[in-house]
Design a protein around this ligand. Structure first.
Ligand SMILES: Cc1cc2nc3c(=O)[nH]c(=O)nc-3n(C[C@H](O)[C@H](O)[C@H](O)COP(=O)(O)OP(=O)(O)OC[C@H]3O[C@@H](n4cnc5c(N)ncnc54)[C@H](O)[C@@H]3O)c2cc1C
Length: 454
């Protein structure tokens, strides 16, 4: 699935170098003749944003320590290989290869990829296993793109996407194919339709060009970035005291000092107040933390001894229930040794799914697959799944523009405090929030800010 295909703009191929300098303006406190190795930077979080910053600062000569709560690096770039196939629990796709900094990084890191082409129209099933006509599918999809191009013109700061869409297009509200489109094109990328902003649902951008899915694991990138860095695992930061020139960081009951601190923990962690800041964060930042939404998406990988499904990249199913198991990625298509399907749950249902047992989840998925392929299909041999909402290291999947979100809120999250406390992460990137490339660029941006202080 090309996430946000509908908002891909003519920005394609814009060199990365153009994307960073605009953000550097806020740094003013310049120190004379400072040797970077005399300056200690503590980076909190070893996701792609924190690692990108730590690598750049280490290469520049700073004394850098990364504190990571988990026992491995990568954060939301996390690959589970327990079923013998690389299952990316977080990001799977590089969204647009042209001009995307991850394109080169993936090559350097040894990440193998496969192009995914949207061919859902060829295997789109209605209830009862009725194959939908590809032309009906593609016509509805084109109509949706047109609607999405203009819906924000009828949007309102206090109204959700769902309210505005349903009032303009009441006929589509109950149509199963339209429910599928809204679920996989909007809810998957952003959040619950009744919470997504009717004005800003189209914000957050991809690069242009083809989409590629990681085939040997997206975690190759963080592992590559982490090489040679000073990373301390299993270190959960609970307090940051930036009331004096040396910042005090408490982790696992220990305290350490730093000249600069880069906070790269997810928005969900900031929302949960898992880290106590002294003094409290500025009001603008607190407001932004509250107003920007945090979506939940869960992923499920199921394996079989033999494939029984269509030999297409994607299989679509349009049930009455929303936001669950309506879209299957055929892993076999890009990994011929794996007889596996990957499927998803979004937003509120994703959160609810975390309370269900594996057996209950498999049973729900099999109801859909049996409706498509018949009762004779076998049960899966195994399943692995994610629970991003209850994961204390993220409390959700990625940020989105909720009803009261304003674009300046992303900039407020990125704003440094006293040229000492810095913030990175996908949620701090107004142009590319919710993506791996957005997170990466935010880390580079913050490293540049610190380097500018020399
Ligand atoms: C299900 C899912 C699907 C996705 N699909 C895609 C996709 O296909 N393409 C794409 O481009 N993007 C996708 N994304 C988004 C992408 O994965 C993220 O935007 C990106 O990985 C975020 O990187 P980050 O550095 O901002 O945060 P993270 O990777 O979350 O890193 C933050 C780190 O901080 C650590 N941490 C948290 N609290 C503390 C603490 N108190 N002390 C110390 N450390 C702490 C965490 O353990 C984590 O390692 C997806 C995400 C999810 C969850």
């Amino acid at each position: 699935m090309q996430r946000r295909k509908f908002i891909k703009k003519a920005l394609t191929g814009l060199p990365v170098i153009l994307l960073t300098p605009t953000i550097l303006g806020g740094c003013s406190k310049k120190e004379d003749n400072i040797n970077p190795s005399d300056k200690t930077v503590v980076v909190i979080g070893a996701g792609i944003s924190g690692l990108a910053a730590a690598k750049k600062l280490t290469e520049k000569g700073f004394t850098v320590v990364v504190l990571e709560a988990q026992d491995k690096v990568g954060g939301r770039l996390r690959t589970n290989n327990t079923l013998g196939v690389a299952f990316d629990e977080g990001a799977s796709w590089i969204h647009g290869m042209d001009g995307n900094p991850l394109t080169t990084l993936a090559q350097e890191a040894g990440m193998t990829t496969a192009e995914t082409v949207d061919d859902q129209a060829d295997a789109c099933y209605d209830m009862g296993g009725v194959l939908r006509s590809p032309s009906v599918y593609t016509t509805a999809e084109a109509t949706l793109y047109n609607i999405l191009d203009t819906l924000m013109n009828s949007g309102n700061a206090n109204q959700s996407f769902e309210t505005v869409f349903n009032s303009l297009y009441p006929g589509y509200a109950t149509d199963r194919l339209w429910q599928f489109f809204l679920s996989t094109y909007i809810t998957f990328d952003t959040g619950d339709l009744n919470k997504v902003s009717s004005l800003l649902y189209n914000e957050g951008e991809e690069f242009g060009g083809i989409e590629k899915i990681a085939t040997n694991g997206f975690d190759t990138i963080p592992k590559y970035l982490a090489n040679g860095l000073n990373i301390q695992l299993n270190q959960r930061v609970s307090k940051i005291d930036y009331s004096s020139s040396k910042i005090k960081i408490t982790h696992n009951g220990l305290e350490r000092e730093a000249d600069y601190v880069l906070v790269s923990v997810p928005l969900g962690v900031l929302k949960a107040n898992s880290i106590q800041f002294t003094p409290a964060l500025p009001i603008a930042k607190q407001t932004a933390i509250q107003k920007i939404g945090m979506n939940c998406v869960n992923k499920f990988l199921l394996t079989w001894n033999l494939p029984f499904w269509d030999n297409t990249q994607y299989i679509v199913y349009t049930p009455n229930i929303k936001d669950r198991f309506n879209y299957f990625v055929n892993v076999n298509k890009y990994n011929p040794s794996a007889n596996a399907l990957m499927t998803f749950a979004y937003a509120e249902y994703a959160r609810q799914s975390e309370t269900l047992s594996d057996a209950q989840i498999i049973s729900e998925i099999m109801v859909h697959l049996k409706d498509i392929y018949g009762n004779g299909i076998p049960n899966p041999t195994n399943m692995v799944r994610t629970k991003w909402q209850s994961n204390e290291n993220s409390f959700g999947a990625y940020s989105y523009t909720a009803i009261e979100t304003e674009m300046r809120h992303f900039d407020d999250l990125a704003e440094a405090i006293d040229d000492a406390l810095f913030f990175a992460g996908e949620h701090t990137n107004a142009d590319y929030f919710s993506t791996a490339h957005g997170a990466y660029l935010s880390g580079i941006r913050e490293a540049d800010k610190i380097i500018q202080l020399l």
